[in-house]
Design a binder for this molecule. Structure first.
Ligand code: NAD
Length: 262
């Protein structure tokens, strides 16, 4: 075994959602570095082209598939496209997600439901569609990108925290239901990451520095720092791990007792 295939991902067909940029793009590139074939799914064709071009520059095989993961028919069609192009799915990274600011006091049902439809229902639809081949074969791994906001409320952000909290439980339920088929389900929960989702906020003067100071490891992460945990959980190295969460936050979620007088 060489250093580059110690994860056992070489030749595997991996589907990554939300792959037009940020954590999804970096995950595609890390999977390709480990010899996997990658299907990159997203709403945004332009961003996907950038991901696929970067993957091919690394010598990898990658396909862009435009897909709204909250649309059941679109997900079904995407699964067929991926299977015909790259073969049945071995690994699914349920990474697509979004956040919308809104106070609970006056959030509309449309805004509330929109985020749940993508962050929770979209993950379920992808698991159903891409998990079918894994269950039939009796092998596969699903990794969901949740957030520390699944365990800590992100105030004034509508249904974002509820959606990520539900995704954590969804992953554990999936782990229980599909363990007999040897399909694993785990979560990576990022902390503060500078990506297209958050970039506008980080451009505010002093904001990035102030956030970095709040993190025990002293910095805000880049998207590539999330990929080690994701590819590990996707790989055979994690063959006996299911229903678990790895938090990748530089220690931020362990600071509660540092915020109170002592
Ligand atoms: N950036 C952070 O600080 C942070 C922290 C914790 C968790 N996360 C989570 O990480 C994941 C990746 O986010 P990111 O930070 O890389 O941001 P990002 O905005 O770069 O990536 C999210 C991607 O999801 C795609 N997407 C949104 N709705 C979709 C839909 N209906 N169908 C298909 N694709 C859709 C977007 O187009 C985008 O490319 C998200 O689930 C996010 O909630 C991010």
């Amino acid at each position: 075994m060489t250093a580059s295939d110690w994860l056992g991902l070489a030749g595997q067909t991996c589907v990554v959602t939300g792959a037009a940029g940020g954590i999804g793009r970096e995950t595609c590139l890390e999977l390709v570095r480990h010899g996997a074939r990658v299907a990159a799914l997203d709403l945004h064709a332009d961003g996907l082209q950038g991901t696929v071009a970067a993957a091919r520059e690394l010598g990898g095989e990658a396909r862009a598939v435009v897909c709204d993961i909250s649309d059941a028919d679109a997900v079904t069609a995407a699964e067929v496209t991926v299977r015909e192009a790259l073969g049945p799915c071995d690994v699914l990274v349920n990474n697509a997600g979004l956040v919308r600011g809104a106070p609970i006091a006056d959030i509309s049902i449309t805004e509330w439901q929109f985020v749940l439809d993508v962050n929770l229902t979209g993950a379920m639809l992808c698991a159903q569609a891409f998990g079918r081949a894994m269950r039939e074969r009796g092998a596969g791994a699903i990794v969901h990108t949740a957030s520390i906001c699944g365990s800590q409320p992100l105030a004034f952000a509508g249904s974002y925290s509820p959606s990520k909290s539900a995704l954590l439980m969804f992953s554990r339920q999936l782990a229980a239901e599909w363990a007999p088929d040897c399909v694993r389900s785990n979560v990576v929960s990022p902390g503060l990451v500078r990506t297209p989702m958050t970039e506008e906020t980080y451009r505010r003067p002093g904001f990035a520095e102030a956030r970095a100071e709040a993190v025990p490891l002293g910095r805000v992460a880049g998207p590539a720092e999330m990929t080690g945990a994701i590819v590990f959980l996707a790989s055979d190295r994690a063959a006996y791990i299911t229903g678990q969460e790895i938090t990748v936050d530089g220690g931020l979620s362990q600071t509660l007792m540092s915020t109170v007088p002592r």
